[in-house]
Design a protein around this ligand. Structure first.
Ligand code: CMP
Length: 137
């Protein structure tokens, strides 16, 4: 069964829509195999987004991701990575299709409510970044 990583970002946690977002995953047939609310440190955020270190938005991205708690979740199901990306909608909420999480809950490309792994290989790395194997069940 395929797994992917979701992060509910500080803007959506602050809006108190964690339950609504997790319900969208479950309603689409994805199973929550692990989940945790946590406060990322600057080192955590820089390491998680290291692939974007040279991008002009990196500093703002790290600052935003440590501005409040996040909810990290392992989602499991058929085509979990692609299914999660369909549920999220486009990175920029202004371009996100109606009914997607970002269209409904996000404000801007920085405060865009959720992150989801963009490949099955990255999903494995991102899941291992946050969770021990015994926490995924
Ligand atoms: P996420 O899926 O978490 O991956 C990296 C994040 O960087 C992305 O969502 C956006 O929130 C943020 N970001 C800010 N500006 C850009 C940009 N121009 N292109 C892609 N991502 C951006």
């Amino acid at each position: 069964m395929e797994q992917t990583l979701s992060i509910i970002k500080p803007d959506a946690v602050a809006k108190n829509v964690v339950g609504k977002i997790l319900s969208r995953f479950e309603d689409a047939g994805l199973r929550i195999a692990a989940t945790r609310k946590m406060q990322l440190s600057q080192a955590d955020a820089e390491a998680f987004y290291a692939v974007h270190a040279e991008r002009p938005f990196f500093k703002d991205l790290v600052e935003f991701m440590i501005s409040g708690p996040v909810v990290v979740t392992v989602l499991e199901g058929d085509n979990a990575m692609a299914k999660n990306r369909d549920l999220m909608g486009a990175t920029n909420p202004k371009e996100a299709e109606a009914g997607t999480i970002r269209a409904d809950f996000a404000e801007s490309i920085d405060a865009n409510a959720v992150h989801g792994s963009d490949s099955v290989e990255n999903a494995t790395n991102e899941i291992n970044f946050f969770f021990a194997q015994k926490e995924i069940c």
